[in-house]
Design a binder for this molecule. Structure first.
Ligand code: 5GP
Ligand code: MG
Length: 178
């Protein structure tokens, strides 16, 4: 199926499940090689990363741990606007090698906030694994060693990513038809 409808929008096939799985495996192998002996803790950022994480982590063969967190936004009490909050970090990450598992990095602001919040817990090192990166939209300086695909600035859906809460269960990644 080359086009799908999600709510009021049409989307066309962009990255097939086969290509996704192939590339995710390559990135997993890179992590296996780089982080062997460090027992990384994978921090999966819900909701969007659940499909990517399930595939990536089944190709991780080194000893590791997995946990799931959320980054919630709420309006701050001052004029700085949005404040981000970490929900569900139950593990102690002090001294640990952490790998953040994210679905997509767009402006990079969410990731920057997340890194700031994690640094307070004194991890040994923090790496970023992102399924997708939109380099054309990046507003902050981020080192993203484990990235599966760099994409254009189009809005995409599927493989965990939603359009207004729908479409996360699509097997392939689709991009919006304007
Ligand atoms: P950032 O803080 O990097 O600008 O925003 C990242 C968040 O924006 C992602 O976690 C995701 O929720 C959302 N996002 C950015 N681009 C897309 C897109 O093309 N499709 C979907 N479904 N979400 C996106
Ligand atoms: Mg996300």
């Amino acid at each position: 199926m080359n086009t799908v409808q999600v709510k009021d929008k049409q989307f066309s096939l962009y990255i097939s499940e086969d290509s996704l799985l192939k590339r995710v495996k390559e990135v997993a192998e890179q992590i296996n090689a780089d982080l062997a002996g460090k027992k990384p803790l994978f921090l999966v950022i819900l909701n969007g990363s659940f499909v990517f994480a399930a595939d990536l982590l089944r190709d991780i063969t080194i000893p590791s741990e997995i946990t799931f967190i959320r980054v919630a936004s709420y309006e701050g009490f001052n004029s700085t606007g949005e404040v981000k909050q970490l929900i569900g970090l139950s593990q102690n990450i002090e001294g640990r090698t952490v790998v953040i598992v994210e679905d997509i990095i767009d402006s990079g602001k969410t990731m920057q906030e997340l890194l700031k919040m994690l640094e307070k817990e004194n991890p040994k090192e923090v790496h970023i694994a992102s399924l997708l990166v939109k380099p054309g939209n990046l507003k902050v300086n981020l080192n993203i060693p484990y990235r599966c695909f760099d994409i254009d600035n189009d809005f995409i859906v599927g493989y965990g990513l939603d359009y207004d809460h729908e479409g996360r269960n699509l097997r392939h990644i689709y991009k919006v038809i304007e």
